[in-house]
Design a protein around this ligand. Structure first.
Ligand code: BTN
Length: 243
């Protein structure tokens, strides 16, 4: 695989999209030591100092555009499995794609797809892991909800080894996915999910829905049971857990 490593970029997702437009093949990987304007979901900034893993993978899967969100779930499972195995950490996934240790976020995933009427052209999957970063340097509003591997393990850990293991796990899950074995990935996701079984509030465009998260569909859509017993499907939004 081609690996493009930079000391600093604006955003590895943006570099990946430029390379994909120029024809870079599936499996091309972009990593950076820091990002000037790292991007989070919903137009948020992603703080990306030295010491973190900031990485994007270019994919060209032959799937309907509607299945692109599954790549985010797959990536979340691959990160969670890697952290469990390599760092012996008890990690959970908060729908759709936050990797948590306890109730603090250690990794976020941002998937961006380019599609035309012929279907999906390419997908870039961006992964940000707070490895050896000091969350005390984060802005106050982010500090509370964030942690890093260094903080959890009380030591610095090797980013190279972590990335290598992640890529091996990712490749296995992605091959399963391309072979149509998505059920297995969804089962893993359900097992790792801290959302299923929790009372959650999902916010989207200023509206809030509160209910009990009871499941996820095979498209990655969250199913909430409302107080009146009815079921409601949530495609996307900002999710908060309650006890
Ligand atoms: C989120 O949880 O809001 C998603 C965060 C995604 C961050 C990663 S870091 C590498 C890649 N490049 C970016 O600009 N964002 C993603």
């Amino acid at each position: 695989h081609e690996i493009h490593h930079y000391s600093e970029v604006d955003s590895t997702n943006n570099v990946a999209k430029e390379l994909a437009e120029k024809g870079s093949p599936e499996g091309t990987i972009i990593t950076a030591e820091s990002q000037r304007s790292g991007k989070g979901r919903r137009g948020k900034k992603w703080i990306s100092p030295h010491g973190g893993v900031w990485m994007t993978i270019i994919l060209r899967p032959d799937i309907p555009t509607s299945q692109a969100p599954l790549l985010t779930l797959l990536t979340g499972v691959a990160v969670a499995e890697t952290l469990k195995r390599e760092c012996n950490l008890d990690v959970g996934i908060k729908w759709p794609n936050d990797i948590l240790i306890g109730d603090k976020k250690v990794c976020g995933i941002l998937t961006e797809a380019s599609a035309s009427k012929r279907g999906l052209d390419y997908v870039v999957v961006g992964i940000g892991i707070d490895l050896n970063v000091n969350v005390d340097d984060f802005p106050p509003e982010l500090r509370e909800g964030a942690t890093s591997l260094q903080r959890e393990l009380e030591k610095e850990i090797s980013g190279v080894k972590l990335v290598q293991n992640f890529l091996l796990n990712f490749e296995n899950f992605y091959n399963d996915f391309k072979n149509g074995q998505f059920q297995h990935i969804l089962n893993q996701w359900r097992r790792l999910s801290t959302t299923i079984g929790s009372t959650v509030e999902v916010q989207k465009r200023g509206r809030t829905v509160r209910g009990e998260a009871v499941g996820i569909t095979k498209e990655g859509v969250l199913i909430l049971e409302m107080p009146d017993g009815s079921l409601r499907k949530i495609i996307s939004g900002e999710c908060t857990h309650f006890k």
